[in-house]
Design a binder for this molecule. Sequence first.
Ligand SMILES: [Zn+2]
Length: 48
Amino acid sequence: MVRWKTTFDGRARDTHIARHNKIYTIDQASALIGEPNCRCAVVPVVPE
Ligand SMILES: [Zn+2]
């Protein structure tokens, strides 16, 4: 699982801001990330 991190620089998409800090599977995240000019990142979630 990964946590979505939106880059808040005033140009982030609203849909991406809504994803900030949400948890996704790697498959979901890789399908969502990588849009043109998207500067979001995902970081691995360490299970507790
Ligand atoms: Zn983005």
